[in-house]
Design a protein around this ligand. Sequence first.
Ligand code: CDP
Ligand code: MG
Length: 725
Amino acid sequence: QPARAVDLVEEESGAPGEEQRRWEEARLGAASLKFGARDAASQEPKYQLVLEEEETIEFVRATQLQGDEEPSGPPPPTQAQQKESIQAVRRSLPVFPFREELLAAIADHQVLIIEGETGSGKTTQIPQYLFEEGYTKKGMKIACTQPRRVAAMSVAARVAREMGGGGEPLGIRFEDCTSERTVLRYMTDGMLLREFLSEPDLASYSVVMVDEAHERTLHTDILFGLIKDVARFRPELKVLVASATLDTARFSTFFDDAPVFRIPGRRFPVDIFYTKAPEADYLEACVVSVLQIHVTQPPGDILVFLTGQEEIEAACEMLQDRCRRLGSKIRELLVLPIYANLPSDMQARIFQPTPPGARKVVVATNIAETSLTIEGIIYVLDPGFWNKQPTSFQISCINIASANQRAGRAGRVAAGKCFRLYTAWAYQHELEETTVPEIQRTSLGNVVLLLKSLGIHDLMHFDFLDPPPYETLLLALEQLYALGALNHLGELTTSGRKMAELPVDPMLSKMILASEKYSCSEEILTVAAMLSVNNSIFYRPKDKVVHADNARVNFFLPGGDHLVLLNVYTQWAESGYSSQWCYENFVQFRSMRRARDVREQLEGLLERVEVGLSSCQGDYIRVRKAITAGYFYHTARLTRSGYRTVKQQQTVFIHPNSSLFEEQPRWLLYHELVLTTKEFMRQVLEIESSWLLEVAPHYYKAKELEDPHSKKMPKKIGKTREELG
Ligand code: CDP
Ligand code: MG
């Protein structure tokens, strides 16, 4: 069994500064902390029985931290099997008593904001009420949008079942399967956007319900602008904006002070637990915690939040494996994954009732936070991370609003417990308050590409819920023109249309498109994936600095950092994607696993943008040229006074961690600039100035790439690593 990276075990000091440092280290993976070991002696015997040689995770109850009394919630539930008819279940949902009131409000107002706790029946019931009320007469349709495809499919299937006949006679369908007779359409927000292309006034819809509005996805935000416009000249169109959180005032203001309809929630108390110390490997910690809950806690199902398919599959495998080893020593544990690409029959399984005597553990992406409600969940396990799909590959810490939503999932049917795999300190000091809307997180270039692909040209006057600054919008337009995504009239080009299909930064998409010309898409995909998990590839434990640095230098290849990333990934793939290999080479296994995940997703998109799979067979010049084709906008040259960016003449420095730090090549490109003490270029690649004319003749003139003092260039300019500290 490969040893978990265990380097330092520290006594708990309890000092906040100390805890902050540990949390930072665990999060960044800079050091690996051995979890739970120090308290092995004080564990109750039953923990040890189950987990045998495994270590345990220690949690502290939040109320103990605050010195509060324990809450006295209702007694734990017996898992009474719901044998009632489907109609009785419908009548039992919190939204049901408000059916008439809600329909009256919809009749009275063109735009209505609906706020209600997750699981109250907004998504599945309200469109049915509208159908029953006759909103689909005369061939009109009702649209209900979801940010995630899985959620749209799942609720469509559920509603079809509730309305009887499997959806066929009535036509409640999800996307592609819709026919003429379809009256209720559950779709992703992106699909409704595309509807605008064929039907700009949405004439065949009587009601549009933008659901899960609180998620503020890019698509949802753009829908708001478009729908607000349509609603003005179609007074009979009803617009519903449904949200799970309390922040509905924003939506109301945007829609000219539309009224807010509140569905009172019901929620049982949830007891919160935090880990005493940060966890270095949250996946491992999850698996151990699930088993701990299973063995020590009364009946009730468990919900675990992870970030993506790869991770979920790994966790499920580990859980099943350990259950098998424990055999009859533990009760039956049903392990059920849910993520976007899971086949729908497998997805349906998470909703099936748990057999008596067994326990179910659902390992889910963020979809289970508000989009899907699974009955019977009493325990929530929250490692504190998410991947804000679909337009980002970045994994980040969740925020307080999300953490509270997740905890709330444990209190739907009875009093529950939420185990957070982070410390109370981290919750209080590290997490942000709420989600930053995607439109503010993503590159504005992507927003522009999306709007242009929807035929919206006047971006300056588009009604954004959160308008981007004018200057930033102009810069994005200029950059897209330089990248060849827009023509001189500001219209989308063929390559711009393809770039709009890729959920990555425009420069990165341009690089991927260029890999077709240079026949190196295999390598470029790897580089793109590695750049997406940026800056957390190598780790450097304090007591093994020399070893770690040596390991890193061993990956260096002439040409620069992008090739180093490629080299790391290739060697890791050759090792069979081994965790042991990562451990030995001071490479973060978790980051590599993510890179693999991203790479697979990107590979799946290649066909759509008409790029075939090909390899450069070691001819790295081709890889470097393809990268240059995407990043010619980010170039710098060495002058007498150090590096200057080519166009803006800004003074910049190579990051001390770069493989080119000592080399100081004359021409280079960088992935990004980070401002710390200085403007540092991170992930740099050596290029030749002639390549710039080859990949971007419209952008560079031969004259500006001439090197006036090419002969007299001093050998080395810039400070050494030590001088920079
Ligand atoms: O949208 P909201 O969160 O308000 O609630 P909903 O998704 O309409 O869920 C109402 C009920 O339907 C919950 O009790 C869910 O468990 C159930 N449901 C289900 O059984 N299967 C689905 N695919 C979706 C919802
Ligand atoms: Mg919903």
